[in-house]
Design a protein around this ligand. Sequence first.
Ligand code: ZN
Length: 464
Amino acid sequence: MPLLTELEKFKERRFSINIALLAERATPFVRLGIGVKERPMLRKRIAILVFLCALPLSAQDQRRPLALKPARVFDGLTTTPHTEWVVIVRGERIEAVGPATEVKIPTDARTFNLPKATLLPGLIDAHTHVLLHPYNEASWDDQVLKEPLALRVSRATNHLRSTLLSGFTTIRDLGTEGAGYADVGLKQAIQQKIIPGPRMLVSTRAIVATGSYGPKGFAPEFYIPQGAEEAGGVDSLLRVVRDQIGKGADYVKIYADAAMGGAAIRPTFSLEELKLAVEAARSLGIPVAAHAMSKEGMLRATLAGVETIEHGDGGDAEVFRLMADHHIALCPTLAAAEAYSKCRGWHPAIDPEPDELRRRRTTFKEALAAGVTIINGSDMGVFAHGDGARELELLVQYGMKPAEALRSATFVAAKALHLSDRVGAVQPGLIADLVAVEGDPTNDITALRKVLLVMKGGEVYREP
Ligand SMILES: [Zn+2]
């Protein structure tokens, strides 16, 4: 029986449970030795039992060690892929990695021959919103105000599956945008194998300064539910930071600036408030990610001690140098910027590049020149889930070498997110989150679009 992918197992689970129940009922008849001929129902049940005996084979298959033989291995640690390498996976971990001449393949291993493929660590997207869907399908306001929570969660389960099957085995989801703590439940559903999806770091509702977020534009006498949790000042900030962490946030996401009332982007929290939030989170062992699009917002977030800055549109050489000095990583979210431009009517094949994207190109180059750590974070949700490779394509278009972009989505991201002792590299002892793509993405980053194999924790979710 062929190895069932985890995805197929999800589909089959319900069927197996029904069969198991029938088998349980049939067992006493078999024990009593009641004649089969005169019992047509029993005949049927025994047939089911025989079928059942075959079912656990798939589980046995899953427990067999796996030997992966790709054309090359991009291990995430170096920029040059290794040819003629073999990777052995046993259980949920990588057991051995190295030249085929040195690594012994266990005799009971199931072998994946991937002669045209590059094997790489499962990809990481450090900025997603699984509870959003593209704004050309429904505006952000409508998603926050009109879509029932159950609808949003249902969509999110599809988003998580698409993300995983496109090769992203870890995401940091930065805010539910009005969907409360649904990310905490989705993370649990994945951990409990109720739905397929990537590993999730979640941040729950995210924190905004009172009055700074949306939806906006309503009569001021009405209270409109907001897309993030409002806070400000010592008492309220401490309460909200601790409350979100208490409810399951792995990261605190705070908005250092906002376009107040649709006007220019301005910093919202004071430096002291940001420091307070960072301190409160840090003392509970939780890092902070700051949304910052203005130079002043980025400066304050940097000085406050956040660990990552999201977007960074308004950065310049000075602020990027400061970020580099303070070891603060940047999630550039280039794919979201592109999606916004397209939403506003930009047709890349016909129209010249919009000013805002040209500016992003310049600031991104300044960030690279200043030596800022770039981690792959796309703002997926603003554009389609499952299209996460777009961010890596843009990282390359905007100036990174393909292998560096791949590192920013593997080892570099894992390190920045405190996960490098578990994932982010093809290395013995790490969890077997692995992806194989056709071609060599260190030459042509678009090879990431041709995903052949996805493995998470040693379990195969997609196979050639
Ligand atoms: Zn975002």
